[in-house]
Design a protein around this ligand. Structure first.
Ligand SMILES: [Zn+2]
Length: 79
């Protein structure tokens, strides 16, 4: 990790490590004055964030199922 932020907000001085976060910030803080290209970037970032969230939920569920059957298996062995 470095302190170097590759992108910053064109409307305020906030800096971001990822372009996706910058786009999400634009949508939240400067929604009224976005150019069409910026608005599109916001939409794309929101879609990507949703996809990331779905992947995370799926992994969390898989981990829980794995844990559950792990304990069940251990129980059947040692009980
Ligand atoms: Zn800003």
């Amino acid at each position: 990790m470095t302190d170097e932020a590759p992108t910053s907000c064109p409307y305020c001085d906030q800096r971001f490590a990822r372009e996706q976060w910058q786009a999400l910030h634009l949508g939240l803080e400067h929604d009224g004055k976005l150019t069409p290209a910026e608005r599109e970037a916001v939409e794309t970032a929101r879609d990507e964030e949703e996809a990331d969230l779905r992947t995370f939920r799926l992994k969390a569920l898989a981990a829980l199922v794995f844990l559950y059957f792990g304990f069940l298996f251990a129980y059947s062995l040692f009980a």
